[in-house]
Design a protein. Structure first.
Lengths: 300, 333
């Protein structure tokens, strides 16, 4: 009878030992993430799409701009055209791989830009507080009064079609969301003892923000931003799909989906391919963001 | 003695809720004005002269000046905004350049169809989302949880305009069961509640419902998990409450947050319908917005966005008030 509790205590002591040997926070997060099979699979898929888009010119693919009137809308599995051809007879495989270049840029760049602007705004608002916080956060509230799709389309529609305009409008859509997250995280960290200690020892506001806050604040914002990439990919391709982003003949998944819409009665499954690429990238970023969030939640 | 005390407490609570509602309504006023300002400025961030869209290409300098005065474009911006806002408050959003008809009546007619679509999609998405979320949260880490979670993550990650195309390919092109585009037989845009019209609603409504389905599943799953891990659930079970009654407590506690998320999602469906309406040529506000953008019909663009954004602000207000009413514990700053 009495042996059981002793054994249990010994067990807990054994379990506690590795915890006492402190490993860095990020190393622990990385290790936990690398054990998550779903996250690793998503990272691999994304890596493959990225690398293929990057080295597309050296892959020996057909010219993505070279069409032909006699081989339009070939089916999937046609010899020499494994994924068929589009409405102008261009090789789909080549266009899908090349399409990754623009699609990934217009999908990811807005989030990166918004991450820089939004976390700075949120950090300042959260750390300084007071009137500056009120001014920043109330301005942000105005953008929250628009559904994000509507805001993106309103700005894009007013600015006119184009890649730069579409990136600008999506950045404007995401800045408020990231600012809000950054502000709430910063406010939470600001009142912690170590920040108080830094202030008491005479560090100025800039040093405290750079040294003590940034490291604690950027993690959660980064995870949130990773999840936003999924939305951003869908919206960026959506703007192109409407004709507000990329212009023909550029290979880009949203635009390809738009121009192939006319072909759904002729060769429906080729027409659906570009959307499957958007779906794949978007779901991978979502799952990766979920994986990172649970890997960073070390208390559980 | 005790009765009067609790009566007093209740009145105090009601007063607190009323005070919150009043504050919340006052807070909406600056938001509405700012939203109007953003919509007003939209026309002014467009490259080039806003007159270009109205003016014939071979117009004389004199005519251009006349029109500029007529539209008030020669006055300073704040004055223009004040005038525009005053007319908007009185229900005058200007006239569509393409059709010449009043913007407000064009928008309101189209919004009706968007509301029909959003409500149908909400019925599907909210029901499935709540169901999946509760089941997944209740049976956490079981196979049924994994299935529901996969549905949810697919729902929030799918480019919905593409899903619409895929549904059209399956049910219209391959199977020929349902119509691919439009909102009624013969391309009519007038809605009716009969099978002839409902057939046109099915595919767009399913397409619209996947995002709210995914988001509500994820929210409700997380909520249910949190609530189940709280001490009071343990106490309820220890008290000998049947599992069905415990479940009722879980639902009650999850309701305020779930309601808020559903309200927000309804707003997103109303305001973000442009992509789906374009895929299905559904004659709602999104399709109107699409044509306004590509015909450079700036008054129509401005008016549609203003009406949709105000709808969204109003819906948010209603959700907050409803939440305060059913859950007065929540302290609000």
């Amino acid at each position: 009878m009495s042996e059981l509790p002793i054994g249990a205590i010994a067990d807990t002591a054994l379990q506690a030992a590795p915890v006492a040997k402190a490993r860095g926070y990020w190393a622990t997060v990385g290790r936990r993430l690398s054990r998550d099979k779903v996250s690793m699979a998503c990272a691999l898929v994304l890596m493959a799409i990225f690398v293929a888009a990057l080295i597309a010119p050296w892959l020996g693919l057909a010219d993505p701009y070279q069409g032909s009137m006699i081989r339009r809308l070939r089916h999937i599995g046609t010899p020499n055209y494994p994924l068929g051809t589009d409405e102008l007879g261009r090789d789909m495989l080549s266009r899908l791989i090349y399409g990754g270049r623009l699609s990934l840029i217009i999908g990811i760049l807005p989030v990166i830009l918004a991450f820089c602007v939004g976390s700075s705004l949120g950090l300042v608002a959260g750390y300084i507080g007071g009137k500056i916080n009120t001014a920043i956060m109330r301005t942000i509230d105005v953008f929250y009064a628009f559904p994000s799709v509507l805001l993106a389309i309103a700005i894009s529609g007013a600015l006119g079609a184009g890649i730069v305009n579409s990136i600008v409008s999506l950045t404007i859509v995401f800045v408020p969301q990231i600012t809000r997250v950054a502000e709430s995280v910063t406010t939470g960290v600001r009142n912690m003892d170590f920040v108080e200690a830094a202030r008491a020892s005479g560090a100025n506001a800039f040093t405290i923000m750079r040294v003590h806050m940034l490291g604690n604040v950027l993690g959660p914002i980064f995870v949130y931003a990773t999840g936003l990439i999924s939305v951003s990919m869908i919206l960026a391709a959506g703007l192109s799909f409407l004709g507000l982003g990329t212009k023909p003949p550029e290979p880009e998944w949203g635009l390809m989906l738009n121009t192939l819409r006319t072909a759904i009665y002729v060769n429906p499954w080729v027409a659906a391919l570009p959307g499957a690429m958007i779906f794949a990238v978007s779901i991978c970023f979502n799952l990766l963001s979920d994986g990172m969030r649970s890997a960073m939640d070390i208390r559980n | 003695m005790r009765a009067t005390f609790s009566h007093k407490g209740r009145r105090k609570k009601e007063q607190a809720v009323l005070a919150y509602v009043a504050r919340r309504i006052v807070y909406v006023i600056p938001i509405v004005i700012s939203v109007a300002l953003v919509c007003f400025l939209l026309v002014h961030i467009t490259p080039g002269d806003p007159l270009v869209a109205v003016l014939p290409a071979d117009a004389s300098q004199e005519l251009a000046q006349q029109l500029r005065t007529a539209y008030g474009f020669d006055r300073p911006l704040p004055v223009q905004f004040a005038l525009w806002l005053w007319r908007a408050v009185n229900g005058d959003l200007g006239h569509s350049i393409a059709t010449g008809r009043p913007v407000l009546s064009e928008v309101l007619r189209a919004v009706g169809n968007t509301v029909t679509l959003a409500i149908a999609a909400a019925l599907i998405g909210f029901t499935l989302g709540l169901l999946f979320g509760l089941i997944a949260g209740y049976f956490r880490d079981s196979w049924i949880d994994k299935l529901a979670t996969s549905f949810a993550i697919a729902g929030v990650s799918v480019p919905h305009y593409w899903l619409g195309m895929v549904l059209v390919i399956i049910f219209s092109v391959e199977l020929n069961w349902l119509p691919a585009v439009g909102a009624g037989p013969g391309g009519s845009s007038a809605w009716g509640w009969d099978w002839e019209h409902l057939r046109y609603l099915i595919l767009p409504a399913i397409t619209t419902s996947v995002i709210p389905m995914g988001i509500i599943t994820r929210t409700v799953r997380a909520l249910t998990g949190d609530i189940l891990s709280q001490d009071f659930v343990e106490a309820l079970r220890a008290k000998g409450l049947r599992e069905t009654d415990v479940f009722r407590h879980v639902v009650k506690n999850a309701a305020p947050t779930a309601l808020a998320v559903m309200g927000l999602q309804l707003g997103y469906m109303l305001g973000g319908s442009i992509l789906i309406e374009t895929v299905f040529s559904w004659p709602g506000s999104g399709l109107l917005l699409n044509s306004a953008i590509f015909q450079r019909d700036l008054p129509l663009l401005q008016g549609t966005i203003l009406v949709l954004a105000l709808f969204f602000v109003f819906l948010n207000l209603m959700v907050d008030i409803a939440q305060a009413a059913i859950d007065p514990r929540i302290k609000r700053g």
